[in-house]
Design a protein around this ligand. Structure first.
Ligand code: ADP
Length: 294
C-alpha cells in the first residue's frame, strides 16, 4: 500500500519554463528529503503530488491509487503543508482546528473533540490552544500547519520548505515532530537546507532544473565521497586558476579569504588538506554553484 511511485513526470509552464523534466522516483515509508536550490522544481512536484496541479506527462501511484486520476480518493489519505498557508488571526488554534476537522468530514462531535485534542497535544500546542493564531510564533504556526495536515491520519504527508523562518529551537521542535510521523507514513519534505535532510531523512533526492541528479540514503551518499574531499585557503586572485585546475565544488569566505573545497580521487598535494565528507559536499558536487562564483 504505502509506496509512492513517480514515473516520468514532466511539466512545462506557459512561459516555457520546464519545471519538471521526466522525474522518476520510488518513495517508501519514512522521511524522504527533496533537496534542491530555489527554482529547482520542488514546489511544482509537491503540488502535483498533492493533486493540486496537473503535469503534462507521467504517472503517480500511491499503493493501488492512481494519484492523478483518483484525486478525491487520494485527498482522503493525503496531508499537505504548503510553503505558505493562511491562518485566521483572530481565531484560536482549537477553534480553527475543530472547524477544519468538520471540513475534512469528521462529523461525529465526540470523535472530533478527541482527535483535535490529541493533535494539539502531539504538536505541543495544547497549552496555547485558546490563544489566537495571530499571536503565534513562526514555529507554532508551522506546528499548527502539521496538526491540520494530520487531521485525516494521512498515509502521505507532503511538507514544503517547513523550516524557513524558524529559529533553531523552533526548528528542532519541528524536526522532532516530523521524525515521529515518518514511522507509519510516507513523508516528503522539500527544502533547500542541506542539514534538514541530513538530520531527518533516511532517503533523499537532489533535484535541479526539474531533473533528479542523485538519489539515495544521505549517509551512503556521504560515504561515497569519503576520502575525496579536500580543502585549501587561497588568495582571491588565485580562484580562477584553482577552478581551472581542480574540481572546485564550493567556495566559502572565512575572514575575507576564500576557502575552496574540491573533489579529487587522489591527494592533490599542493597544500590541500583532506576533510571529512558531508552532505553539503554531495549537494555541491551535484549543483555546480561554483560556476556562478568567479
Ligand atoms: P522550487 O520549489 O524548487 O523553488 P518551483 O517548482 O517553485 O521550484 O519552480 C520551478 C520553476 O518553475 C522556476 O523556474 C519557477 O520560476 C517556475 N514556475 C513555478 N511556478 C510557475 C508558474 N505558475 N508559472 C510559470 N512558471 C512557474
Amino acid at each position: 500500500m504505502d509506496k509512492l511511485s513517480i514515473t516520468n513526470l514532466s511539466k512545462t509552464y506557459d512561459n516555457g519554463v520546464k519545471a519538471l523534466d521526466a522525474i522518476s522516483l520510488e518513495i517508501s515509508k519514512g522521511m524522504f528529503g527533496l533537496l534542491g536550490p530555489n527554482g529547482a522544481g520542488k514546489s511544482t512536484l509537491m503540488r502535483t503530488l498533492a493533486t493540486l496541479q496537473e503535469p503534462d506527462e507521467g504517472t503517480v501511484t500511491l499503493g493501488s491509487y492512481n494519484v492523478l486520476r483518483q484525486k478525491d480518493d487520494v485527498r482522503t489519505i493525503l496531508g499537505y503543508l504548503p510553503q505558505q498557508f493562511g491562518l485566521y488571526p483572530r481565531v484560536s488554534a482549537e477553534t480553527l482546528l475543530n472547524h477544519l476537522a468538520v471540513l475534512k468530514g469528521i462529523t461525529h462531535k465526540k470523535e472530533r473533540k478527541e482527535i483535535v485534542k490529541a493533535l494539539l497535544q502531539k504538536t505541543n500546542l495544547y497549552d496555547v490552544r485558546r490563544q489566537n493564531l495571530g499571536g503565534f510564533s513562526g514555529g507554532m504556526k508551522q506546528r499548527f500547519g502539521i496538526a491540520q495536515a494530520l487531521l485525516n491520519n494521512p498515509k502521505l504527508l507532503i511538507v514544503d520548505e517547513p523550516t524557513a523562518g524558524l529559529d533553531p529551537a523552533e526548528r528542532n521542535r519541528f524536526y522532532n515532530l516530523l521524525s515521529e510521523l515518518g514511522e507509519n507514513t510516507v513523508v516528503i519534505l522539500s527544502t533547500h537546507i542541506v542539514d534538514d535532510v541530513k538530520e531527518l531523512c533516511t532517503d533523499m533526492a537532489i533535484i535541479n532544473k526539474g531533473k533528479v541528479l542523485k538519489k539515495g540514503n544521505p549517509l551512503k551518499l556521504i560515504a561515497q565521497l569519503e576520502g575525496k574531499v579536500y580543502q585549501k585557503t587561497i588568495q582571491k586572485n588565485e580562484l580562477a586558476t584553482y577552478k581551472r585546475l581542480y574540481n572546485v565544488i564550493s567556495v566559502k569566505f572565512f575572514q575575507g579569504e576564500p576557502i575552496i573545497h574540491i573533489i579529487c580521487d587522489e591527494h592533490p598535494n599542493n597544500d590541500f588538506i583532506s576533510i571529512k565528507a558531508d552532505l553539503e559536499h554531495v549537494y555541491f558536487s551535484q549543483i555546480h554553484y561554483n560556476s556562478q562564483l568567479t
